[in-house]
Design a protein around this ligand. Structure first.
Ligand SMILES: Nc1ncnc2c1ncn2[C@@H]1O[C@H](COP(=O)(O)OP(=O)(O)O)[C@@H](O)[C@H]1O
Ligand SMILES: [Mg+2]
Length: 502
């Protein structure tokens, strides 16, 4: 066998697979050598990397389309606002036709079933909100940019509210609880909590106030988004593509990256173990993923690593889309089995370093990857994936197929119409403010009689994992805490996110 035949043989899978494109050999595509990803391996996670404008988002679109076609729901974090086009048929032109012919793709303009979401309803999509209690202290600390001591203190405040039946639905609920604890009246309560200083509570209160002043209140509250919406298929059996539009919150990377993590943690919390299945339950794409890792605390990074490691057995695949593999922490990168690496620049010493580091993350091959990676054209990439038996496939320089849906955004009017006609619109469009901690504290009798925390029975929760993930006594007690006033269990797991029994 020639070298190119050996590579092609490494991608000749017997079961269902997604088509990425054709092997590039001496600068020309070999249509007989198809480069693919086995469908069952999509839960082994992936990385799509490359410099700006090299084709990362189109690769994401290409993979997402084929997943939908195979009945797999997809979640897309749309940071730049350029993937709503997946819902509309693409436009045929010479470029697309030329590319399709070169890689032997039967290109048919096709739109895919899509649902559009917007964080806190800022934008066109169906509003996605989380309750404060659902979000939990670890993720909230990340958005508030609290240090470790403050993060632990916030955990204690959540624990206090959970046990006292003070429901933390929105930001003003949390602010009311912290205000109470720092007041003359709440002093003894604060002392009883133990390990929480007035000074730290004061810092948290100020950061909450500042956070609200930045217009963050809309993101938290009810109705809380039910992440099982992301697992739906359309009536024709194709997987629903859930597009979360993020351009309107682009200047709040801490907020939206943390929200994406909340979605994953919440899914993780709910989904049963399935092991390695025929195809994933959901594939989740994080575009501009470096924003997730920037300035992240050790606790936060550990939680990401754990989530990515464990969610695979629940049938969820995660793809990170970013500029270089260096943007992703080593422990996470090691778990990304499917790699599509687009062109990298080598202008500055930093670029050079990133290039060398990128080359090291690939299996051995006869290619000079440094040279190849700087010379790739748009919509070309160096690929290695996991074969059906879980071994890495040979490194393959690939000309990618063209997406069959529209490259770029659909117009705002079309998007609005899709949102308003969605069956989910009625459920989430309107924010609801019911009685919770704020109202309870505002109407409390003077002097305050604190309700006794009732039943202390621990909900059946995977405690070993909670401990493993968060590793502290504080979170162990959080997992045990039960908010009983309205008879709803609160359990905390990965990231300390909570779930009331629905
Ligand atoms: N697979 C592809 N098929 C057809 N055109 C592509 C493909 N990949 C990239 N392109 C072209 O390159 C442009 C930039 O690609 P894009 O995915 O937006 O880059 P990135 O996300 O890396 O910044 C696209 O608008 C499109 O014209
Ligand atoms: Mg992009």
């Amino acid at each position: 066998m020639s070298d190119s035949e050996t590579i092609a043989a490494g991608y000749a899978f017997t079961g269902p697979a997604l088509d990425l494109g054709a092997l590039l050999w001496d600068g020309a595509p070999l249509p007989d050598a198809q480069i693919r990803i086995p469908l069952p391996m999509l839960n082994r996670h992936g990385l799509v990397a490359g410099a700006t404008g090299t084709g990362k988002t189109k690769t994401l679109q290409l993979i997402a389309e084929q997943l939908s076609a195979q009945g797999v729901p997809v979640f897309l974090a749309d940071v730049k606002g350029d993937v709503s086009g997946i819902s509309a048929p693409g436009v045929a032109n010479d470029k697309v036709a030329g590319r399709a012919a070169e890689v032997r793709q039967q290109w048919t303009a096709t739109g895919f079933p899509a649902e559009f979401y917007a964080l806190g309803g800022i934008g066109h999509g169906i509003p996605v909100r989380a309750t404060i209690t659902g979000f939990g202290p670890v993720l909230l600390s990340k958005v508030l940019q609290l240090n470790q001591t403050q993060e632990q203190s916030l955990g204690l405040i959540f624990h206090y509210a959970d046990t006292k039946g003070l429901e933390l639905i929105d930001l003003k609920d949390l602010r009311a609880v912290v205000t109470f604890l720092t007041s003359d009246e709440g002093k003894t309560e604060l002392k009883n909590i133990g390990g929480l200083s007035t000074a730290t509570a004061g810092v948290i209160l100020r950061s909450l106030t500042a956070f609200e002043a930045q217009g963050m209140a809309d993101f938290f509250g009810e109705p809380e988004f039910d992440t099982s919406e992301l697992l739906r298929t359309a009536s024709d059996g194709r997987g629903m593509v859930s597009v979360l539009e993020l351009p309107a919150v682009q200047d709040k990377p801490q907020l939206f990256s943390t929200f994406l993590m909340w979605l994953l943690a919440d899914l993780f919390h709910d989904l049963p173990e399935v092991g390695d299945a025929d195809k994933p339950k959901l594939v989740f794409f994080f575009d501009e993923a470096h924003l997730l890792f920037n300035d992240a605390s050790k606790a936060f990074l550990d939680s990401i690593t754990q989530t990515v490691r464990l969610i695979r057995s629940k049938g969820v695949g995660v793809f990170f889309v970013t500029q270089t593999p260096k943007d992703v922490p080593g422990d996470v990168l090691a778990q990304l089995g499917n790699r599509v690496q687009h062109a990298l620049r080598a202008f500055t010493p930093d670029d050079q370093k990133a290039l060398k580091a990128t080359v090291k993350t690939f299996p051995n091959s006869s290619y000079d990857l440094e040279e190849i990676l700087t010379g790739l054209g748009t919509g070309e990439a160096v690929v290695t994936v996991l074969s059906e038996n879980g071994a890495p496939t040979p490194v393959a320089v690939t000309r990618l197929r063209a997406p069959e849906s529209l490259m770029g955004p659909i117009d705002a009017a079309t998007l609005d119409a899709a949102v308003k006609s969605s069956s989910l619109y009625g459920r989430y469009a309107q924010a609801v403010d019911r009685e919770s901690a704020y109202e309870k504290l505002a109407s409390r009798p003077q002097p305050q009689e604190t309700p006794k925390a009732a039943a202390k029975s621990a909900p059946k929760e995977d405690e070993s994992m909670v401990q493993q993930v968060v590793g502290s006594g504080m979170f162990k007690s959080l997992a045990r805490s039960v908010g009983t006033q309205i008879g709803r269990e609160i359990t905390r797991s990965l990231f300390g996110t909570a779930r009331r029994k629905r």
